[in-house]
Design a protein around this ligand. Structure first.
Ligand code: ATP
Ligand code: ZN
Length: 223
């Protein structure tokens, strides 16, 4: 790969994190102009560019060195770390960013009693987060079957393809609409700044340090 001298930050192209991430970078004094194909935003002052992608691709792009930093949900970052142990160990959560709050939770049918993790033993649990759910089950000593679903996880119990689910919850309205209730929290999540454990030891590292300092200022003011 050709060495880059500009810092590259990956962020979600279109979704819940897009607007707050853009706003945060603007507050850090960064200005961008979007490329015609809407894949890049080029920094106009600082040597910092954005790569606009699906959120799920962000940890892998950082691990491969295509990007230096990324703005992504803790849920997505941690799932990558648990399911790609080798590539994932090089990645770190550098800062929590204070938006995109939600939790990855286990939910059971409303009519089921829930009196602790042991009750999930032998059940089929549908999720898009097999790494994080698997880790939670292991640490709670539960032997359950993880059913991987890419989307529409919340309808699995009604369809009869799972007994419980493990999915993202914020208000809980989707759970109620699907006659489910939250039983246990697996991960408390928010958007985070992700990066490799070691910042690049060149100009990009210096720009990253500068950005982190500005970010700390912005986050402090907001708190
Ligand atoms: P993409 O097309 O980028 O893959 P997506 O559908 O996976 O988009 P969004 O629904 O925009 O992603 O969610 C992005 C992130 O927003 C989630 O990974 C999570 O960290 C956060 N988030 C906050 N609240 C919620 C919620 N209620 N449901 C889902 N995600 C939420
Ligand atoms: Zn996604």
């Amino acid at each position: 790969m050709k060495p880059r001298d500009r810092l590259r930050i990956a962020m979600q192209k279109s979704g819940r994190l897009t607007e707050p991430a853009q706003e945060l970078l603007a507050r850090c004094g960064l200005k961008f102009r979007q490329s015609r194909d809407k894949l890049f935003c080029f920094g106009e002052g600082e040597p910092v560019d954005l790569l606009l992608v699906r959120d799920d691709d962000i940890p892998g792009l950082i691990a491969e060195g295509v990007c230096d930093l990324g703005i992504v949900g803790r849920n997505v970052l941690r799932e990558f770390q648990f399911s790609n142990v080798e590539a994932g160990t090089g990645l770190d959560e550098l800062r929590p960013l204070g938006f995109g709050h939600c939790r990855l939770s286990i939910a059971v049918p409303q009519e089921d009693a829930y009196d602790g993790p042991a009750q999930l033993g032998g059940q089929r649990i549908a999720t898009s987060y097999p790494g994080l759910l698997g880790e939670w089950l292991r640490s709670n000593g539960v032997d359950a079957k993880v059913v991987m679903l890419a989307g529409s996880v919340e309808i699995a119990p009604r369809l009869g393809t799972a007994d419980a689910i493990c999915d993202l919850v914020s208000s809980g309205a989707t759970l109620v609409a699907n006659q489910l209730r939250e039983a246990a929290v697996v991960v408390e999540s928010e958007a985070v700044l992700a990066g490799r454990r070691e910042l690049p030891a060149d100009e990009r590292g210096e720009i990253a340090e500068l950005l982190l300092r500005r970010l700390d200022g912005v986050i402090q003011v907001r708190d």
